[in-house]
Design a protein around this ligand. Structure first.
Ligand code: M6R
Length: 608
C-alpha cells in the first residue's frame, strides 16, 4: 500500500525523502512523488513506475533545494497509475500539498460539492479532494484547518501536509492507516513505517487515530481532533537497521527465509519458563481458558493459512471447536459470536484493513479478542484485548515467510496451553511437544541448507503454466501456503486442493506432465494421500512429494521426494513449508520476476 515520508530539518529534504521512500518500497507501489518547499514555492515532482525513475528525474533529489518536504509511493486504488494521479496532490495555487495513504469513502460527494464551488480537479484520485478541501477550509491556522477537514472526510487516511504559508512545519494526521513520527537530532520525520526513519533515529511516536502531529525542525507537538494539544510518549525501536537491509542476500525474501530459525526461536523462547508454557500476555486465567466455548480465527492471506493449521491443531489437541474465516468475509457475514467465544486475529502488519475491521466487529459484540501480531504498536496490537507478539522483526518482502513461521509457533503454543489447562494432554505429552518445538529452529536450518536440491528442481518448472498443491488435514493447510508462495511471486497459476476433493472436479485439470506437489506428513492420512498420488500419476501428473524422513516407500508412487525431519504431527507445517517457500522463490528467480515486490501486491493491505 502507499508509503508516506516527510522531513523537516537542517539537511536537504529531497534525498532524505527518496531514501525513506526506498525503505517503504516493500509496501508495493506503482508511482512516486515528492513535494519540497524551496524557500519560495512548493515544488512537486512525480513519476510513474519505480522509484528510480523519480530519482533519475531529480538527480537523486539533489536538484530540488529545500529542507522541508513530503514524499509518497502510490499503490493505485482510484485512477490508474500515472504521473497525474501520483501524489503529492495540491490546490490550484500550489500553496498546500498533501500525500495520503488510505481511501476517502465520501470523495465523490466531496468532489461534487467542491466543483460546485468552482474547484477544478486534474486527477482521478480520491486524495485530490483533500488538497482542495484543505484549501477551502484554510483559515490561516493549519491545525484548525486540518480538524475541519477531518470532520468532513469519511474513510481511512494517513496524511502528510505542507503549507506554503507555514514553511517551518510538516503536518501529519491519521485515521485507520499507519503513520509514525521520528524524532531526530537534526530534524524530524513522518513515515508509514519505521524502516524509513531508522537510519536517522530510533525514537518514534505512534500516532493514534484522529491525532495530528506538527513537526518543526526542533519540536514535535500533538493535537486531538478538537485541536487541543495532547502529550504522547515516544518509544525506542529495539531492532537494528540491518534487520531492514538485505545484508548480502540477493533478495529480502531469501534473507527472511534464512531468518526463520531465529524468528521461531525468538517467538517460542520467552513463552517457555522452567519447562512450562507461560503466555502472560494472554491475560486469561485458567478458569477463563476452561470457559472458552468456541474460537474464531480471522485473518487474510498467509496469516489465514496459519489459522487453518491452527484449527486442525487446536481442535485435535485442545478439543475446542474452531472456525477460521478470511477477514473480508467475517466482517460482513454477521457471524454468530456467542458468550464464551474467543476471536483471534492474526496479522503480520497489524494494519490489514479487513482484519482490523473484523477485530472491531468482534469487540463491538463484546467477545474477548486476542491479536497475534508482528508489528509492535500497530493498530490490531493496540486495539485487541490482548496481544501475543510474534518476534519476527521487520519483514520487508511482500511474500511472507518468517512472519508466517512465527505465527505458526505462536499458535502451537496457544493450542498447547489451552490443551494443558483443559486437561486434554498429559504433562509427558507437553514435555515431548516442547522438546519437538524447541528443535524446530535447527531442523528449519537444516532444510534451508539443503536448498540446492530444490533450486535444481525449481529450474525445471520456470515455464510451468499450472501447478497444484494437495494434502489432507494439516497438509492441506501447508498446500494452501505453498501454492500462494508460488503464484504470488512467480505469476504461475496455482491452486491448493484437499487431496480427497480431487475426484470431485479438479482431477480433470491434470494433463501429461502437470506438476502436483503432494504434502504427506500426517501418518494417519498417509495411505489416503498416497492413493491420491497414484490417481494423479495415472492421469499423467508429475508428482513432487514432501514427506517425513523414513517414508521411503513413497518413492514408488511419487516422481521426486523431499524429506523433512521427524517432528510432532502437529508441527510438520513448520518444516514442510520450507522446501515449498524455496521452490516458489527459485521458480520466481528463474523467471526473472521482481521477487520482493511482485506486481499488483502490497505488503500491508491497509485499504479494504
Ligand atoms: O499483515 P497481514 O499478516 O495481516 O497480511 C495478510 C496478508 O495480506 C498477507 O499474509 C499476504 O497474503 C502475504 N503477503 C502473502 O505472502
Amino acid at each position: 500500500m502507499c508509503g508516506i515520508v516527510g522531513y523537516i530539518g537542517k539537511s536537504q529534504a529531497a534525498p532524505i525523502l527518496l531514501d525513506g521512500l526506498a525503505k517503504l518500497e516493500y509496501r508495493g507501489y506503482d508511482s512516486a512523488g515528492i513535494a519540497v518547499f524551496d524557500g519560495e514555492d512548493i515544488q512537486v515532482k512525480k513519476a510513474t513506475g519505480r522509484l528510480k525513475v523519480l530519482s533519475e528525474l531529480t538527480h537523486d533529489g539533489t536538484t530540488m533545494p529545500g529542507t522541508i518536504g513530503i514524499g509518497h509511493t502510490r499503490w493505485a486504488t482510484h485512477g490508474a497509475p500515472s504521473d497525474v494521479n501520483a501524489h503529492p496532490h495540491y490546490n490550484k495555487e500550489r500553496t498546500i500539498a498533501v500525500v495520503h495513504n488510505g481511501i476517502i469513502e465520501n470523495y465523490v460527494k466531496l468532489r461534487t460539492r467542491l466543483q460546485e464551488k468552482g474547484y477544478t480537479f486534474v486527477s482521478e484520485t480520491d486524495t485530490e479532494v483533500l488538497a482542495h478541501l484543505l484549501d477551502y477550509y484554510y483559515t490561516g491556522d493549519p491545525i484548525e484547518t486540518i480538524t475541519k477537514v477531518m470532520h468532513r472526510v469519511e474513510g481511512s487516511y494517513a496524511l502528510g501536509i505542507i503549507f506554503k504559508e507555514h514553511p517551518g512545519t510538516v503536518y501529519a494526521v491519521r485515521k485507520d492507516s499507519p503513520l509514525i513520527v521520528g524524532k531526530g537530532k537534526d530534524g524530524n520525520f513522518i513515515a508509514s513505517d519505521v524502516p524509513a526513519v531508522l537510519k536517522y533515529t530510533r525514537e518514534v511516536f505512534f500516532i493514534q487515530n484522529e491525532e495530528i502531529a506538527a513537526l518543526t525542525e526542533e519540536t514535535i507537538t500533538f493535537f486531538n481532533i478538537d485541536g487541543e494539544e495532547i502529550q504522547k510518549e515516544s518509544s525506542m525501536i529495539e531492532w537494528d537497521i540491518n534487520a531492514a537491509e538485505k545484508g548480502g542476500y540477493e533478495h529480502f525474501m531469501l534473507k527472511e527465509m534464512y531468518e526463520q530459525p531465529k524468528t521461531v526461536r525468538d517467538t517460542i523462547a520467552p513463552r517457555i519458563k522452567d519447562g512450562k508454557i507461560v503466555i502472560e500476555e494472554l491475560g486469561m486465567s485458567d478458569e477463563e481458558i476452561r470457559a472458552i466455548k468456541r474460537i474464531h480465527i480471522v485473518a487474510c492471506g498467509s496469516a489465514y493459512h496459519t489459522g487453518v493449521t491452527a484449527k486442525y491443531v487446536m481442535e485435535d489437541m485442545a478439543r475446542i471447536p474452531v472456525e477460521v474465516d478470511v477477514a473480508s468475509e467475517f466482517r460482513y457475514r454477521n457471524p454468530i459470536l456467542e458468550e464464551g467465544a474467543l476471536v483471534i486475529i492474526i496479522s503480520q502488519s497489524g494494519e490489514t484493513a479487513d482484519s482490523l475491521a473484523a477485530l472491531r466487529e468482534a469487540k463491538e459484540r463484546g467477545v474477548k479478542t486476542l491479536g497475534i501480531v508482528n508489528v509492535v504498536g500497530s493498530s490490531i496490537a493496540r486495539e485487541a484485548d490482548s496481544v501475543m507478539y510474534t518476534w519476527a522483526g521487520p519483514e520487508i518482502a511482500v511474500a511472507t515467510t518468517k512472519a508466517y513461521s512465527a505465527q505458526l509457533v505462536a499458535e502451537y503454543l496457544l493450542a498447547m496451553k489451552f490443551a494443558q489447562v483443559r486437561g486434554m494432554v498429559t504433562e509427558e505429552e507437553i514435555e515431548g511437544m516442547l522438546r519437538d518445538l524447541q528443535r524446530l529452529p535447527e531442523q528449519i536450518e537444516m532444510l534451508l541448507n539443503n536448498k540446492e536440491k530444490i533450486q535444481r528442481f525449481a529450474n525445471r518448472y520456470i515455464a510451468a503454466k499450472d501447478v497444484f498443491f494437495v494434502g489432507r488435514g494439516i497438509d492441506y493447510a501447508i498446500s494452501m501456503e505453498g501454492s500462494l508462495k508460488l503464484k504470488e511471486i512467480s505469476y504461475i497459476h496455482s491452486e491448493a486442493y484437499a487431496a480427497g476433493e480431487l475426484k470431485h472436479g479438479t482431477i480433470s485439470l491434470i494433463e501429461d506432465g502437470t506438476l502436483v506437489a503432494a504434502v504427506v506428513t500426517q501418518e494417519d492420512l498417509y495411505k489416503k494421500t498416497i492413493s491420491n498420488i497414484v490417481e494423479l500419476k495415472s492421469r499423467g501428473a508429475f508428482v513432487l512429494a514432501v514427506t517425513n524422513t523414513g517414508h521411503t516407500e513413497i518413492e514408488k508412487s511419487a516422481d521426486y521426494v523431499i524429506y523433512i525431519p521427524q517432528t510432532n504431527k502437529y508441527f510438520t507445517n513448520s518444516l514442510a513449508i520450507i522446501p515449498l517457500q524455496l521452490f516458489g522463490y527459485y521458480v520466481a528467480v528463474g523467471k526473472g520476476c521482481d521477487v520482493d515486490k511482485p506486481r499488483n501486491l502490497a505488503k500491508s493491505v491497509t485499504v479494504e
